[in-house]
Design a protein around this ligand. Structure first.
Ligand code: AP5
Length: 184
């Protein structure tokens, strides 16, 4: 049983590492960013509402995200565990998740904070070039991260659920560190 949350700034490697570790642990990788990008690509009502926020590097309003995550964590493939990537993103989302997990009796094992320096992040994201990887949007995503998401480090540290991993290292080294942490 593996239930992990990945925290970290944009470009920290949350998606890359969560995907690898989800395969190792044979649990679903649940990325709110991927779910939202699929909704935008499909032109669904959710996608139409989310698109303007995503392209500006702002968080999508909580009311669009909370139902989505509740529904996803209620699906059958999550019974053996899950890796959450990109959720929660602010304290209200973390409090919502805590209540939901208490209700469905699925406690988090721990919360991985991928720690990466700002200049490394900007270089990685400019090289990748996703729609929201334009420099001014990257800088706004970083600012939004500092203001709204970074407080979750203390939120989970206070609950003794936080572990930090140095995300500045190569992908293979970060993956090996995470495997040691989760599987040993
Ligand atoms: P989301 O998709 O979650 O984007 P993000 O947090 O900005 O994260 P990224 O996907 O850019 O980075 P990552 O940490 O996953 O790194 P990755 O592995 O991709 O969210 C996008 C938007 O959706 C948000 O801005 C918001 O609008 C909305 N949203 C999503 N969730 C939300 C929520 N809960 N509430 C409200 N709004 C929400 O790696 C990045 C690059 O670096 C890749 O090219 C990768 O190959 C490379 N790389 C990774 N690791 C390494 C390494 N160790 N060395 C060298 N290169 C590396």
């Amino acid at each position: 049983m593996t239930r992990l949350i990945f925290l970290g700034p944009p470009g920290a490697g949350k998606g890359t590492q969560a995907l690898l570790l989800a395969k190792d642990c044979e649990v679903p990788h649940i990325s709110t960013g991927d779910i939202l990008r699929s909704a935008v690509a499909a032109g669904s009502e959710l996608g139409q509402k989310a698109e303007q926020y995503m392209s500006a590097g702002e968080l999508v309003p909580d009311e669009l995200i909370l139902d989505l995550i509740q529904e996803r964590l209620g699906q059958d493939d999550t019974k053996a565990g899950w890796l959450l990537d990109g959720f929660p993103r602010n304290v209200p989302q973390a409090e919502f998740l805590q209540k939901l997990l208490d209700q469905i009796e699925q406690p988090v094992d721990f919360v991985v904070n991928l720690d990466v320096e700002d200049d490394v992040i900007v270089a990685r994201l400019l090289q990748r070039g996703r729609d929201d990887d334009e420099e001014s949007v990257i800088l706004n995503r970083l600012q939004v991260y500092r203001q709204q998401t970074e407080p979750l480090i203390d939120f989970y540290r206070d609950r003794q659920q936080l572990v930090s991993v140095d995300g500045n290292q190569t992908m293979d080294v970060v993956h090996a560190d995470l495997k040691r942490l989760v599987l040993e």
